[in-house]
Design a protein around this ligand. Structure first.
Ligand code: ADP
Ligand code: MG
Length: 252
């Protein structure tokens, strides 16, 4: 069994909680003493702005396409937490990334030794950026929204993961499926959770992320949930998730 350092947050569906998870999981992993890098790989730059950062001149686009050294594009956002920011220009990187699906893995190589964990926030598609994330990651976190069609598209995602594992990246494994935006008051949320656990068993994280308005508000203040609302249900959930992720990483 190999080590898990690079963790992709992936689901081709938008709005399922990838970026919210990437930002808040990174923050709590860093608070727990891990040296963490978050790489924003979405041209919508939500993780970058959610961490209170403007798009700088050097970013993941200029690293992937323009040959800037990734080490020169890092921003320190908190104790033990760095960000490699994104840029809207990343939409234009498709051609280069289709041609070279291991480009991201390559540019991250020089950063490897400086971090315990490197989180990769993927965009909402199965396009060339996400393929690069799958080729670079050793572990995957797949957020699924607690709604009726939660598992729709997961079969396709698992197939893609399997293809990348056999062709490009034998180290790739699923760290866990994460149920997000859970509303304990609704029967639907409970049914969806049971259904996901029945289908995916131990692959599902014990920690469930509740629907919590604080989680949706925090990014507009450029803060993670631990800064913005440390006693909220969302904060408790992401702190527990960080513990569970560290456990799964250790056991991997
Ligand atoms: P993705 O990155 O998968 O597109 P986001 O993390 O950006 O998804 O979440 C989509 C929207 O839902 C955002 O507005 C975000 O603030 C909100 N959101 C995410 N998770 C929660 C949650 N647990 N409770 C309430 N709102 C949430
Ligand atoms: Mg996102």
């Amino acid at each position: 069994m190999g080590k898990v350092k690079r963790i992709g947050i992936v689901n081709q569906k938008g709005g399922v909680g990838k970026t919210t998870t990437a930002v808040n999981l990174s923050a709590y992993l860093a608070k727990a003493g891990q040296k963490v890098l978050l790489v924003d790989l979405d041209p919508q730059v939500n993780a970058t702005s959610g961490m209170g950062q403007a798009v700088p001149e050097r970013n993941i686009y200029t690293v992937l396409v323009g040959n800037d050294d990734a080490r020169d594009a890092l921003l320190r956002v908190a104790e033990g937490l760095d960000l490699l920011p994104s840029s809207p220009d990343l939409v234009g990187a498709s051609a280069e990334l289709i041609e070279n699906p291991t480009r991201l893995a390559e540019v991250l190589q020089p950063l490897e030794s400086a971090y315990d964990l490197i989180l990769l926030d993927a965009p909402p598609s199965l396009g060339p950026i996400t393929i690069n994330v799958l080729a670079a990651a050793e572990g995957l976190v797949v957020p699924v929204q607690a709604e009726y069609y939660a598992l729709e598209g997961i079969a396709g995602l698992m197939e893609t993961i399997e293809q990348v594992r056999t062709s490009l990246n034998p180290a790739l494994r699923l760290l866990g499926v994460l149920i997000t935006m859970y509303d304990p008051r609704t029967l639907l949320s409970q049914q969806v959770e049971s259904n996901i656990r029945a289908n995916l068993g131990e692959k599902v994280f014990w920690t469930v992320i509740p629907r919590n308005v604080r989680l949706a508000e925090a990014p507009s203040y450029g803060q993670d949930i631990g800064q913005y609302a440390p006693t909220s249900s969302g904060a408790h959930a992401y702190r527990r998730l960080a513990e569970e992720v560290m456990r799964r990483v250790k056991e991997a």
